[in-house]
Every structure is written in structure tokens, then in C-alpha cells.
Design a protein around this ligand. Structure first.
Ligand SMILES: [Zn+2]
Length: 408
């Protein structure tokens, strides 16, 4: 039996068969969640006798799901063996979908990448053809990898916008009233599918593998084309009632008559975001300001060009615009700090590439506008995982789901 089936419900309906399956499943989940263990440790934690656990572990060894790591050193007596999950017996697939690119990666049980393709060109459109093309890209990726599909436990896909992870619906992309998107994609891929909001997955990626040390109450800012936050409380992702928490970018803060991407007027994103940065840059040029970035009439300028202009060209206009935005961002983040009093605020997304150009204005505005006691309690860090953060978060979420008693 492979690990994926082992984590599924038992096919043996007899009471003894069910109990035996549950014990083997519990041993696997114990080794996955808390790392390597001896038989005595497993027996004590699961409150099952040593001979019974020994028999179950031997079965798992024979199947190749568990490996013997050798004898541990102790102060004397007979040295027990340490057991671990076989890293080659289960894999997780993580996908992050952007407007023009997607990133995809396959991780083993120890969260090591087997393969990772960042920013593969893919034009995300709200059509059936685009969805089929998306599924075909994932299927090709699996076929070209060195891992058999049956060993992939599941896939987590991150989209921007409103995602109901519990029910599997995506409201901004590929929305279907009749069926959850998870079901439609699962049919195409032949794998269990989980959907996640992109910012929430990034927050979880930083928590599991990135800049987070032992902080448990975290706000992760995704400052990119759009703006959103991921919230973690007591080490758990916060979803809200239906999964729409974190839409910080659509707080209507300005009376500027600018229509936001969400359709409302004056959202935070209309003045602080990648897409508003592009507008501000074009307006500045029209007003007669100069930049080293040459702009043709038909050229599709991206916020990343302006960010790169600030970093690589030290272009004065680009620096002025990103600094001004970051200062404003700090001012509005201070509201969140006063409300949440987090241990840690992580600045992530494309703007985090700017380093001090973004961090210093944010930091000084936070100091200026948030309550002193709240600010003193909190650490400010820059995301360290770069473009990999979303895929890492997605893979960690699949692993987390697998360990949950409700995983199917
Ligand atoms: Zn909006």
C-alpha cells in the first residue's frame, strides 16, 4: 500500500481491519508531523503496546513507507532504532498562478524541491480554454518530472482574489456556479486539489520555511500588483467565516474618484499598489518629469519595470514614486498594527525587492503613526523566499491537509 492510500479511508470494513488501518495511519501521521521516533516513543504517544506498534512499523518498513534510520546513541543498554518516513514515498505539488505567469514546484516529504519552475509564461484568462491550458501545463509538468503521479498526495493552487478554500470555489477566476473549481481541476489532473488565496499561501510559506522564527501572530503583507494581507494567529492561518479575510487593498480610504480593480471607488490600491504605481509614473511623465525608463506609446509598462528602475538604474522618478507609496503604506499598516498587535510584520510581494527603498519609509511611517507600545512589541522583517514563497506555501498547505483528520 502506498502512503497516499494509507492516508485515505480503509477499504477493509471489518472492525479489526479498520482499527489496524487507523493505527498504521496514526504512526505515519506521527512521523510526518513530529519527525523521527523510536518504537517506544510511538507506543507511548499513541498508547498502543510495543509488540503491536512493532508489528505495524515492520509492515510499513516492508511497504517502503517507513525507513530505519539506524540505532540511536544512549547512555547504555540495548540501543533502539529510529524510524522515519521514507522521503521518496510521497510528494506534494504547489502551483501559484499570476496574471501573466505561473510557478510550479514538486516537494518531497522533507520539504525539499524535486523540481521547481518559476514564472512560466501563462496568460490567465477567465475562459474554459484558459482553464484547460492551465491543467495541461500541470499535467505536462508531472509527466516530465521524475515522480510517478500515484505518489503525489495532492496539489494546492494559489489564485489571487476571493477564494473559498473550504468549499473549493474561486470567485475571481474560473468561477462556476454549479461545481467547485477544485472538482473540475481534480477531474482533469486525477489528483486531490486544494485552492488557496495567493497571499495566505505566501504567509504560510514564510511561516514554515522563511523568515518567521518562533513568532505566532503574524501579518504578511503582499505588496505587489495588488495589495493584500495574510493573517496568522497562534500559528494558524486566519480565514474568516468564508475565507475572504485579508482584503486590505480594498479598504476604501481615499476620496479620489479612481475606480479600483474591484469596482469600488478610492480603495487603498488606487494609490498604493503596483497598478497604481504604473498610473502615477505615466502621469508624472505627462507632467514633464523625466525618467531613464524609455516609454513607447504602445508599450505595456509593468510595475516591475518601475521597481527595477529604482533598484538597477537608480532612476530618481522611480525612487521618488516607490518611496512616496511606501511611506503611505506604512501609515495605513499602522492601523493594522493597532488593531492586531502582531509579533511580526513581514513585508513581502514585488515591492519587497526594493529593500531599504521600501522598508525604511514603511518603518518610519509605522513609528510615526502606530501606538508606541504596539510598535515596540513588534518585529518588522522582509520576506526572504522571493518568488518561491507562494509555491513553498502551497506545498506546505498540502502537507498540512494530509495530516488533518479530515483529509480525503
Ligand atoms: Zn478595491
Amino acid at each position: 500500500m502506498n502512503l497516499k492510500d494509507l492516508l485515505d479511508v480503509s477499504k477493509d470494513n471489518s472492525l479489526s481491519g479498520q482499527k489496524w488501518h487507523m493505527l498504521r495511519q496514526s504512526i505515519v501521521k506521527r512521523l510526518l508531523s513530529a519527525g523521527n521516533a523510536t518504537i517506544a516513543e510511538i507506543s507511548s504517544e499513541l498508547q498502543s503496546s510495543v509488540p503491536t506498534v512493532t508489528k505495524a512499523v515492520n509492515e510499513l518498513l516492508q511497504e517502503g513507507n517507513v525507513v530505519d534510520m539506524g540505532k540511536i546513541t544512549n547512555s547504555g543498554g540495548r540501543r533502539p532504532s529510529l524510524y522515519s518516513i521514507n522521503p521518496t514515498c510521497a510528494f506534494f505539488l504547489g502551483v501559484e498562478v499570476g496574471r501573466t505567469h505561473m510557478s510550479i514546484g514538486l516537494q518531497d516529504i522533507k520539504n525539499e524541491f524535486i523540481s521547481l519552475d518559476l514564472r512560466v509564461p501563462f496568460a490567465l484568462k477567465n475562459s474554459q480554454e484558459s482553464l484547460l491550458e492551465f491543467c495541461a501545463l500541470i499535467n505536462n509538468y508531472i509527466e516530465e518530472s521524475s515522480v510517478e503521479k500515484k505518489l503525489i498526495v495532492g496539489i494546492c493552487i494559489n489564485f489571487s482574489g476571493r477564494i473559498n478554500s473550504m468549499e473549493g470555489f474561486s470567485y475571481n477566476y474560473f468561477f462556476s456556479e454549479n461545481r467547485p473549481l477544485t472538482e473540475i481541476i481534480s477531474e482533469q489532473l486525477g489528483l486531490p486539489v486544494h485552492l488557496e488565496n495567493d497571499t495566505r499561501a505566501m504567509a504560510f510559506g514564510e511561516y514554515c520555511e522563511g523568515v518567521v522564527d518562533d513568532e505566532q501572530n503574524i501579518i504578511f503583507l503582499n505588496y505587489s500588483w495588488g495589495v493584500a494581507i495574510g493573517i496568522m494567529t497562534d500559528g494558524k492561518l486566519y480565514y474568516g467565516k468564508s475565507g475572504y479575510s485579508g482584503e486590505f487593498g480594498h479598504s476604501t480610504l481615499f476620496e479620489n474618484e479612481i475606480i479600483c480593480q474591484c469596482g469600488k471607488l478610492g480603495c487603498l490600491e488606487t494609490e498604493i499598489s503596483g497598478w497604481s504605481l504604473v498610473r502615477q509614473f505615466k502621469e508624472a511623465l505627462k507632467e514633464g518629469k523625466h525618467s531613464k525608463i524609455e516609454l513607447n506609446e504602445n508599450e505595456d509598462l509593468q510595475h516591475l519595470d518601475i521597481i527595477s528602475g529604482a533598484i538597477n538604474l537608480e532612476d530618481s522618478l522611480c525612487i521618488e514614486l516607490v518611496t512616496r507609496q511606501s511611506e503611505k503604506m506604512g501609515r495605513y499598516l499602522s492601523i493594522l498594527l493597532n488593531i492586531f498587535n502582531p509579533d511580526l510584520l513581514v513585508i513581502g510581494g514585488d515591492f519587497s525587492q526594493l529593500g531599504d527603498f521600501a522598508l525604511l519609509p514603511i518603518q518610519s511611517a509605522l513609528k510615526k503613526h502606530s501606538l508606541g507600545l504596539v510598535n515596540r512589541d513588534m518585529k518588522l522583517k522582509k520576506s526572504t523566499l522571493g518568488h518561491r514563497v507562494g509555491v513553498i506555501g502551497a506545498c506546505c498547505i498540502v502537507k498540512e491537509k494530509m495530516l488533518s483528520p479530515f483529509f480525503k
